[in-house]
Design a protein around this ligand. Structure first.
Ligand SMILES: *[C@@H]1O[C@H](CO)[C@@H](O)[C@H](O)[C@H]1NC(C)=O
Ligand SMILES: *[C@@H]1O[C@H](CO)[C@@H](O)[C@H](O)[C@H]1NC(C)=O
Ligand SMILES: *[C@@H]1O[C@H](CO)[C@@H](O)[C@H](O)[C@H]1NC(C)=O
Ligand SMILES: *[C@@H]1O[C@H](CO)[C@@H](O)[C@H](O)[C@H]1NC(C)=O
Ligand SMILES: *[C@@H]1O[C@H](CO)[C@@H](O)[C@H](O)[C@H]1NC(C)=O
Ligand SMILES: *[C@@H]1O[C@H](CO)[C@@H](O)[C@H](O)[C@H]1NC(C)=O
Ligand SMILES: [Cu+2]
Length: 615
């Protein structure tokens, strides 16, 4: 214990030293931004249904507080697990942050840390190296990310921080070539009328049959459940239902809307009534402007879009519906989700704080009757919502979206290189003999690890040998896919039929952003499809879709090929961002030059590793 404290202090000293050194080297020194997040258990009823369910929240807020940092900052996030009532362990992942030299802060239980038990604290430290844009953070344990989720915005510099005064003073904000008057966050999530622990038990247990959708789609943490429309129309019984989220904006201005796909299950369409959207950012990378009527946004994906507001109109409420649509699954894609609505509102005074409004969205046939019966003055009929295409579009508009800047020499070289390694991950959903359902990756069962891999490594418990990999690149003794620093690695994500369905899967890479370079139907066969490049202008992303296709005779039903450049030694999860799929095993670990982790450490101390020095 004494030794631990000693090392900790030595560490603090080195930490300070790094600053001193950096301050002399760089013109602008990295700023240390410290956040303290307290995870507590409580009850929540975000959709005005008539009961609440136990959840975890961050600082008692939902969505969790927005963290704003600047590119180059050192960030320290102190996580207290105060979820003593529910008595669950937790961990937090900073989605899209590449964690250069700080694999220990990536937040993945069994891989980079042990989940934080109730009553304990974990400290993340990382530097935001060479990336900015829209990110989020969320729990990486079980289904806790239903509610443990908040925006993480990285600005290019401090001047870009939005604040009230710049809107009052009519100062514009900038990002690359883009200018706008203000920005707003639009965070998507899903809400089940079931305890998340029961949902986990269902998915992991033998009664699991198929994925059930959420009961509600939430925008900035709110909606009104459709079962309650009639009763909630009646003000006397509406109680404390605040209604839908509202984004307040001023007329005749340009806004950057940061759309965060922090929903954990469905791929959604998103549109804003009477406003076109110009995409300017995807997963943290600026894009060439690309105008769309609707976004397709899967779990884990983010966009920034610019919208231009029109004039305020007299004698109207100046409310424009924001609507969501289920894409790819369960329901016809043209329709709207039952209640994934919010409103954009023009108001003369700027009110960047999130507001809510009660203006129900009523069914098109009976809506007017319902409103008359309840003497309800203001409502939107479903057929007044922005429309979505009736057909699902494989690859959406991804092939037409290009990075803002032309590729530099290094990027071109990477995009044109032959891969040093190709890893094909074929995942199959299987009902086991004990009737539990799991995803097998290349036919292998998910492993349960007694301790996290980083601890194994740091204790010298495993040595690295690239010589004894299985044919598919898997290290059987380590249960990882080893790669080497400096390699160009292509990862093929192969969909297979699950039951009668072929599903869409959003795949997320930790530790690296990737280029999606190709996609195809059926089964990927390297000798036949190895050279296909049908994404002409790949952008760096951290979540890419594998779109479903008709299955071929092997059961393969669609694939995507992503490319990463191995420049970040560490242990990096690679998983489907549909939480239930990940929990059922749709996940692999990329082990990147573990022997270099120590020499690539950004900070020269770590409370956990200090107990087990490895050098
Ligand atoms: C609320 O729940 C109770 C008990 O389940 C039920 O009887 C009642 O109809 C519900 N009310 C509404 C408005 O859904
Ligand atoms: C919390 O869970 C742990 C491990 O599952 C158990 O040992 C402990 O008794 C529980 N504590 C409470 C207060 O329920
Ligand atoms: C708000 O932003 C403007 C423009 O970047 C800046 O000049 C001003 O100092 C900021 N004000 C506060 C209170 O941060
Ligand atoms: C809208 O804003 C532009 C640029 O700020 C200005 O030139 C124009 O007069 C405004 N239009 C209206 C109707 O206020
Ligand atoms: C709501 O009211 C309408 C019109 O009275 C009725 O047709 C509909 O069935 C009601 N819905 C519910 C869920 O009670
Ligand atoms: C699995 O389900 C089948 C069909 O319901 C049942 O007959 C069998 O006993 C179950 N096996 C186990 C191990 O629960
Ligand atoms: Cu999936």
């Amino acid at each position: 214990m004494i030794r631990f404290h000693g090392l900790r202090q030595a560490g603090v000293f080195i930490w300070t030293l790094i600053y001193v050194i950096n301050q002399h080297i760089h013109v602008s020194a990295p700023t240390l931004r410290r956040f303290e997040l307290d995870i507590t258990s409580t009850f929540l009823n975000p959709d005005c249904q008539n009961s609440s369910y136990p959840v975890l929240l961050v600082n008692n807020q939902f969505p969790a507080p927005t963290l704003r940092v600047v590119k180059g900052d050192d960030v320290e996030v102190i996580i207290h697990n105060s979820a003593t009532t529910l008595n669950v362990s937790t961990s937090v992942h900073f989605h899209g942050i590449r964690q250069y030299g700080t694999v220990e802060s990536d937040g993945v239980p069994e891989v980079t840390q042990a989940a934080i038990p109730p009553g304990e604290t974990f400290i993340h430290r990382f530097r935001v190296v060479d990336q900015s844009g829209t990110y989020f953070y969320h729990a990486h344990v079980s289904f806790q990310d239903d509610t443990v989720q908040g925006a993480l915005i990285v600005y290019d510099d401090e001047k870009s921080f939005p604040n009230d005064s710049h809107e009052e003073n009519h100062q514009t904000l900038h990002d690359g070539p883009y200018q706008y008057d203000g920005e707003r966050i639009l965070q998507l999530s899903e809400w089940w009328h079931q305890e998340f622990l029961d949902r986990e038990a269902y998915y992991m247990g033998k009664d699991f049959i198929f994925d059930k959708g959420a009961n509600s789609i939430l925008i900035n943490g709110r909606t009104v459940h459709h079962d309650n429309y009639n009763s909630s129309l009646d003000i006397s019984t509406r109680g404390d239902c605040p209604g839908y989220s509202v984004l307040d904006v001023q007329p005749n201005k340009t806004y950057r809307i940061r759309v965060i796909g922090s929903q954990s299950f469905r791929t959604l369409g998103l549109a804003i009534g009477q406003h076109k959207m110009t995409i300017i950012e995807s997963d943290g990378q600026l894009t060439k402007p690309y105008e769309v009527d609707w976004l397709e946004i899967g779990p884990g994906q983010r966009f920034s879009v610019l919208i231009h507001t029109g004039d305020m109109k007299k004698d109207t409420d100046n409310l424009f519906p924001i609507s969501t649509s289920y894409r790819w699954r369960h329901r016809s894609p043209g329709g709207h989700s039952e209640n994934g609505f919010a409103y954009l509102r023009y108001s003369a005074i700027d009110q960047p704080e999130l507001q809510t409004v009660f203006k129900p969205v009523l069914p098109e046939r009976t809506g007017i009757e319902i409103a008359q019966e309840h003497e309800y003055p203001s409502y939107t009929l479903v057929n007044e919502l922005p429309a979505f295409p009736r057909k699902n579009l494989p690859d959406w508009f991804w092939r037409d979206i290009a990075p803002m800047n032309d590729y530099n020499e290094v990027e071109l070289k990477l995009l044109n290189a032959l891969p040093d390694r190709v890893i094909k991950l074929r995942s199959t959903s299987v009902k086991l003999e004990n009737n539990e359902t799991r995803y097998l990756m290349n036919g292998r069962m998910p492993v349960v690890r007694e301790q996290h891999i980083l601890a194994d490594l740091m204790q010298g418990r495993m040595s690295v040998s690239m010589a004894h990999l299985d044919e598919d690149g898997y290290a059987p003794d380590r249960h990882t896919f080893p790669i080497k620093k400096g390699e160009v690695v292509d990862i093929v994500l192969q969909n297979t039929q699950s039951g009668r369905n072929c599903l869409i899967h959003p795949w997320h890479t930790h530790g690296h952003s990737h280029y999606m370079i190709a996609s195809g139907l059926g089964e990927y066969i390297h000798t036949t499809h190895g050279d296909i490049r049908n994404y002409p202008t790949p952008i760096l992303r951290d979540v890419s879709m594998v779109y479903p296709s008709e299955p071929d005779e092997s059961g393969g039903c669609g694939w995507s090929k992503i490319r990463i450049y191995a420049d970040n030694p560490g242990l990096w999860a690679l998983h489907c961002h549909i939480t239930s799929h990940m929990v059922q095993g749709k996940m692999a670990v990329i082990e990147e030059s573990p022997e270099l982790i120590n020499s690539h450490k950004l900070y020269k101390y770590d409370t956990e590793w200090a107990i087990h020095p490895s050098n």
